[in-house]
Design a protein around this ligand. Structure first.
Ligand code: HEC
Length: 455
């Protein structure tokens, strides 16, 4: 329903945008004659080849839609002065065929990859002041045309990629628990014991742990670091060392952003978090506090031996909210692994001579807004009994590759085999990428320039 409304709104906007604006380019001097008719009167594409892949197009529907959505509102007024021998022919049937050859629905990779939209992206004779308007308008009108074709049973033919796997529904992936490296000890407040004035709430947390501890506005502290007023965890410390302290907090004002931290039933130290604002959860590191001012020195405390130790967050200021506590020896803390809900999407591989090989994408849902849904991709893994040589990976969403889908085409590596630490595919550059995809309805597959048993 929403989508439909959006398209109507867009086409309304386009119609408005086009009336009364811009006169046709006046100089016909740029007229070009590529892609006219061949010796037998057949329509030739811009490459000089006859129009391909049109045999199953519902021609009448296509012609009418082309006329209404492209020819009359856009091509005639803005492109005819130079393209009157091809896709803006006075004979609209010829123009239609010529334009079909430019659309390239026989090797389709998304509307944004079609030649007319690409030309607009190159700011090719844009009739508006803004390239973006021309790109958006051409995209919207091309989409209207394609929608009409699809409504009449036509499907554009995707580019055929080498060594492609089958499709897997993204929605089949269940949430997974990441293996947290041993340098971390962590706990959500759901794993802690709360004492007054702390109370547990669940009304607004956006992460994987849906609860947080807070205290009622107006609560006064009896005396500094009253150890009875505590949230207490039993933290599982895997190795001795100096530990940094991080907490995921939400703090509305600097009158409500302070705790005390107390490791191992020892001394309590002030933990002053930054003010995050009333709508944002943030990972806050604990820094040394001097004269009630936060310094730039990270606070650390030493743990002499592996084992379980009690740690507590003690009440200091009312309304400060805390959702998770992490202790780590790693100076480059990354909270994502504690905050996001990750999923593994497993796609079986077809490698001659190898059974049970698969590629696993670990993803999280990044944006769920209508029209711009995306997945964050934490990593790709090859799970295989023997190491595989993998070169040029094309993640395909619904069979279509988009350059938005990552930098994995540059991969040339060996991954998989009995050693689990050799599974992750290294891109050599950035680790995470984004796929434009909707977890609930889209399908994932992969293609490879090369996938074979490593030699
Ligand atoms: C002032 C002349 C001029 C105007 C106006 C013009 N073009 Fe072009 N167009 C050219 C020339 C010259 C080329 C060949 C060079 C190139 O590819 O840029 C070309 C090439 C193209 C091509 C690739 C070759 C082909 O035959 O398909 C497309 C697609 C295209 N134009 C689309 C458009 C569209 C859509 C419009 C209207 C919004 C437009 N052009 C307006 C001059 C023009």
């Amino acid at each position: 329903m929403k989508k439909f409304g959006l398209i109507l709104a867009l086409s309304g906007f386009v119609a408005l945008g086009l009336t009364g604006c811009g006169k046709p380019p006046s100089k016909p001097s740029g007229a070009i004659a590529t892609g006219t008719t061949g010796p037998n009167g057949e329509i030739l594409g811009p490459d000089g080849q006859p129009v391909a892949g049109v045999s199953d197009i519902p021609m009448e529907v296509s012609l009418a839609s082309f006329k209404a959505n492209l020819y009359e509102p856009l091509l005639e007024p803005y492109c005819a002065s130079c393209h009157a021998t091809t896709f803006v022919e006075a004979d609209i049937e010829k123009a239609h065929l010529a334009f079909l050859s430019r659309a390239g629905f026989d090797k389709y990779a998304g509307i944004d990859q079609t030649l007319p939209v690409q030309k607009m992206k190159q700011a090719h004779n844009c009739w508006e002041g803004s390239t973006k308007t021309c790109v958006d308008t051409m995209t919207a009108q091309m989409n209207l045309w394609l929608k009409d074709l699809e409504a009449n049973g036509y499907k554009p033919k995707p580019v055929v990629y080498p060594n492609a796997t089958g499709d897997v529904m993204l929605a089949t992936a269940a949430p997974i628990t990441l293996t947290i490296p041993p340098e971390y000890a962590f706990g959500g407040v759901d794993k802690a014991t709360l004492a007054a004035p702390f109370t547990m709430a669940t009304d607004d947390v956006d992460g994987a742990i849906k609860s947080y501890a807070t205290s009622a506005a107006g609560t006064a502290r009896a005396n500094n670091a009253n150890v009875a007023q505590a949230i207490t965890w039993n933290m599982d410390i895997k190795a001795p060392g100096d530990y940094f302290v991080w907490a995921r907090v939400k703090t509305e004002a600097d009158t409500g952003n302070e705790f005390f931290f107390r490791p191992n039933n020892g001394a309590s130290t002030a933990f002053i978090a930054p003010v995050t604002g009333k709508d944002t959860w943030k990972w806050a590191q604990m820094f040394v506090v001097q004269n009630n001012n936060v310094t730039t020195n990270p606070f650390t405390f030493n743990v002499a031996a592996a084992g379980t130790i009690p740690v507590s967050i003690i009440f200091r200021e009312a309304t400060a909210k805390i959702n998770q506590l992490v202790l780590t020896t790693k100076p480059d803390f990354n909270g994502d692994q504690f905050t996001r809900t990750f999923m593994d999407i497993t796609v079986p591989l077809n490698v001659p001579g190898v059974t049970d090989a698969k590629i696993v994408a670990t993803v999280w849902e990044q944006t769920v807004e209508e029209g711009k849904r995306s997945l964050g991709v934490k990593e790709l893994k090859i799970v295989s009994p023997v190491p595989l040589h993998v070169k040029g990976i094309y993640p395909l969403i619904n069979g279509i590759y988009s350059s938005n889908h990552g930098t994995y085409t540059l991969v040339d590596t060996v991954a998989g085999g009995p050693d689990a630490t050799k599974q992750v595919i290294s891109t050599g550059g950035s680790t995470a990428s984004t796929w434009l995809a909707d977890l609930t309805v889209d399908k994932l597959s992969f293609a490879f320039d090369v996938i074979e048993v490593a030699k």
